[in-house]
Design a protein around this ligand. Structure first.
Ligand code: GUN
Length: 292
């Protein structure tokens, strides 16, 4: 079994980005600048956003964190977005999700200038991705493509089973891996909560992408020998042996499934760090496109 090391791979990508920033600096070019908006005090969201801001510093980007109160109105939030859309120094920005219930998430996503939509969530970018046109790819699926490419795993002709149909991961990765692209040409099945006989389908997977958000949902009896596992889950479960009282696990029962797998991503240290690396990569690309 080969462990797909997302932490190490993300560090390599961050070094590549830092080298690009050094070249930009040498030429007195504009330093890429990423902004992040967070609404409210959700602890998990705060941790994710802080990781993103810290990663900007690691590669030499400028970053701005905008913290807004939970009771901000939708109109006020849209005004904040408009300021970022117009600010020529900001190359891209993200709005950390989820947003409070009184704010229409889709409306907010649609209000981001697609050129600055570093998450790749805007319908323009989803449309471009679907039509195989150049645009911004959503960071987590993009990170999965990078892991497969850098570990020389070729999905071509293989049966990929994606479990989970979210707009952020399951749906886009199912589209990307089915496309005529270097890391693509797979036969893809997209399974979800209404799928009947799920085990019958997962047992056929050469590559299984688990993105359902349920701790240890994929068990060893659901996969065949030598399966390649991409685990996108980030589930916090109680663990009294930890000081924090909890620990992070994936959607896959790592201990048992890893014994059958040929390749597997761990949680933590698999897909998670790649999402941040690709967010930085998207920011660099947006900054370079603006300069071009
Ligand atoms: N919440 C969970 N994942 C993400 C992500 O990739 N981007 C943003 N903006 N919010 C998230």
């Amino acid at each position: 079994m080969i462990l797909i090391d997302g932490k190490l791979t993300s560090q390599i990508i961050k070094e590549e980005i830092a080298n690009s920033v050094a070249t930009i600096k040498k030429k007195n070019g504009k330093i890429p600048h990423l902004a992040a908006i967070i609404v409210g005090e959700d602890p998990a969201s705060k941790i994710y956003v802080n990781h993103k801001v810290k990663a900007c510093a690691q590669v030499g980007f400028n970053s701005t964190l905008i913290e807004l109160p939970i009771d901000i109105t939708e109109e006020q939030l849209l005004d904040e977005l408009e300021i970022l859309n117009k600010d020529t120094d900001i190359d891209g920005f993200i709005v950390q999700l989820p947003l409070p219930d009184h704010i229409d998430e889709q409306k907010v996503i649609m209000a981001v200038n697609p050129k600055k939509d570093i998450d790749g969530f805007h319908p323009v970018n989803i449309g471009k991705m679907t039509l195989e046109l150049p645009g911004i790819l959503p960071a987590t699926p993009y990170g999965i493509l990078e892991l497969l490419e850098r570990y020389k795993i070729e999905p071509s002709g293989k049966h990929v089973v994606v479990v989970g149909r979210s707009h952020i991961v399951g749906r886009p990765i199912s589209i990307l891996l089915s496309q005529k692209r270097e890391t693509g040409n797979a036969t893809v099945t997209l399974a979800h909560s209404r799928t009947k006989n799920l085990k019958e389908i997962t047992l056929q997977a050469d590559i299984l992408v688990a993105a359902i958000g349920k701790a240890n949902f994929i068990t060893a009896d659901m996969v065949k020998n030598d399966v390649i596992i991409i685990d996108v889950g980030t589930n916090s479960i109680p663990d009294t042996s930890r000081k924090s009282g909890h620990r992070l696990v994936g959607d896959v029962d790592f201990e048992r499934v890893s014994k059958k797998a040929s390749y597997i991503t761990p949680v933590p240290g698999g897909v998670g760090p790649m999402t941040i690396a690709m967010l930085l990569k998207n920011t660099l690309t947006a900054a370079q496109k603006k300069e071009a």
